[in-house]
Design a binder for this molecule. Structure first.
Ligand SMILES: Cc1cc2nc3c(=O)[nH]c(=O)nc-3n(C[C@H](O)[C@H](O)[C@H](O)COP(=O)(O)OP(=O)(O)OC[C@H]3O[C@@H](n4cnc5c(N)ncnc54)[C@H](O)[C@@H]3O)c2cc1C
Length: 468
């Protein structure tokens, strides 16, 4: 055991320090494959120096304080399912696996909150709340594999976000280990008028300001009524009009997904809650969709969609999670696509789509799916290079096709920024979008850097992320 591992073993115990090459390899990448990290190839060259698996907040604090004294990078690691490379140890250092902090500490049916540890997997939270007649509000595809703190740190979006918002909206309080080892706790009340709400320093911050060790989350009563509906539209614009009108009226279904693909344009809806509210929302939605030119195709397509919503993550768990990096990447080679999730002011979305279409068409990049997920401002595109069916070399892709896809993706992401929006609403920045963040943040980036320098003068917390 080297010096670094030996020092850490004194804090967490030798069995919770991993330094074997195979362990360092599998911990040093998430679900982002090198193919899609167009401008960050070099980020995959570096492995972590060591992985530690602390048992509690006190051990996290000691590890972080040790790292600060010795200027060693610390990268918080939840489920390792991020799709942007947020956990890549681009400067080496210590991967801090929060997986052993996985307890549900308290379920409060009156406050409708759950206090949980950072590394708890979302599915385990669902299972723990079920007997209390409660459920979490965050329901991403990745429920079976993603952790509480990972989803807070990326401010992820899920299937119930139309009603409950992204994961960050469900954070009531946090316990966080700061980069010098001190522990802060915010209070479990819904709002304060006593200074800024520090939860927001850590929501969506990809671990650059500290390590979340506990969270008190808003949780929700299991619905007494649920109604599924599927509306079809002649085109995306008509569906968009219906979604906008629903938003303006304040109708908040649990699930809202307007998707255009080769099958047509479908609006998947699920209404959950108390009986009278569900009936009223469904009835009014039907007339809104009817006025926008939509027609009802019955609940079945949405029922099936809902039933299969976690399949991709179950498949990922079975075929990729915890496997060596090369093996994980092998699954993706030859599958050249990108999935983009922009957010724009609602009044710019349709214009954005037309302008992005023209840009991609000029590069012979096809869009196989357009989507609004949970609200009119959240717009996604699944893009594929036309005619890319060739398999070239071991990596199974043509470098020219990849370069063209990379350039096209950057064009449409920067277009979203230039039209007053942002390049990503769901998965974070990681290493994949790092090169575009500075132009999006402008002077805000200087303010972020000032905060970073004040809290983390040695720059140990997940260095090289969020441009900090
Ligand atoms: C099949 C599949 C489906 C997916 N579906 C969705 C989806 O529907 N919606 C969605 O939003 N995302 C989705 N994702 C992406 C991924 O699941 C999310 O980004 C998720 O939020 C990451 O959680 P994690 O626990 O795996 O975080 P990790 O990948 O471990 O970490 C993500 C980031 O958070 C930081 N972090 C982790 N733990 C802590 C902590 N304790 N303190 C501070 N920082 C921390 C890490 O350093 C990193 O920067 C999907 C991924 C896969 C593979």
């Amino acid at each position: 055991m080297g010096d670094l591992a030996a020092s850490l073993a004194q804090i967490v115990g030798p069995e919770h320090v991993l330094a074997e090459p195979a362990e360092l390899d599998r911990y040093s990448a998430d679900a982002l494959t090198p193919y899609r990290a167009y401008y960050a190839d070099a980020a995959f060259d570096r492995l972590a120096d060591v992985v530690v698996r602390p048992a509690d907040t006190a051990q996290v604090s000691q590890v972080v304080a040790f790292a600060q004294r010795n200027s060693i990078p610390v990268i918080p690691y939840g489920g390792g399912t991020g799709v942007m490379g947020g956990i890549l140890p681009v400067q080496g250092g210590i991967i801090l696996d929060l997986g052993r902090l996985n307890r549900v500490l308290r379920v409060d049916t009156v406050s409708q909150t759950a206090e949980v540890e950072a590394g708890l997997i979302l599915q385990d939270l669902y299972d723990a709340l079920e007997p209390h007649g409660l459920m979490p509000g965050h329901d991403p595809y990745s429920v079976p594999i993603a952790s509480v703190a990972g989803t807070i740190s990326t401010n992820g979006v899920g299937y119930r976000a139309a009603a409950f918002g992204p994961m960050g909206d469900q954070v009531v309080a946090l316990e966080v280990v700061l980069p010098d080892g001190r522990v802060i706790e915010t209070r479990p009340v819904p709002k304060q008028s006593s200074g800024p709400n520090l939860n927001h320093l850590f929501i969506g911050s990809e671990g650059v300001f500290g390590v979340i060790t506990r969270a008190t989350l808003r949780v929700f009563r299991q619905p007494e009524a649920a109604e599924y509906a599927t509306m079809e539209f002649a085109d995306f614009d008509a569906g968009f009009r219906a979604v906008s009108e629903m938003a303006a009226l304040g109708i908040r279904p649990t699930l809202l997904d307007l998707t255009e693909d080769s099958e047509g344009v479908l609006l998947h809806l699920l209404f959950e809650g108390y009986r009278e509210g569900v009936d009223a929302a469904l009835r009014r939605t039907m007339s809104v969709c009817d006025e926008a030119g939509g027609w009802n195709v019955g609940p079945e397509p949405t029922l099936s969609y809902w039933k299969h919503r976690h399949d991709s993550a179950l498949n990922y768990r079975q075929t990729a999670l915890g496997r060596p990096r090369e093996e994980r990447w092998q699954r993706q080679w030859g599958r050249t696509f990108d999935y983009l999730h922009m957010s724009l002011p609602a009044d710019r979305v349709l214009e954005y789509r037309r302008r992005a279409d023209r840009m991609l068409e000029a590069r012979q990049i096809g869009v196989v799916e357009y989507c609004l997920w949970s609200r009119p401002e959240f717009f996604s595109m699944l893009v594929v290079p036309d005619g890319d069916r060739r398999v070239v070399g071991r990596d199974g892709y043509d470098p020219e096709v990849r370069a063209n896809l990379a350039a096209g993706v950057d064009e449409v992401l920067t277009l979203a920024q230039d039209m007053g929006g942002i390049m990503e609403y769901c998965h974070g920045v990681g290493i994949k979008l790092h090169h575009l963040l500075g132009r999006e943040l402008g002077v805000s980036r200087d303010a972020m850097l000032d905060i970073k320098r004040a809290l983390d003068p040695a720059g140990i917390m997940n260095p090289g992320k969020l441009t900090l």
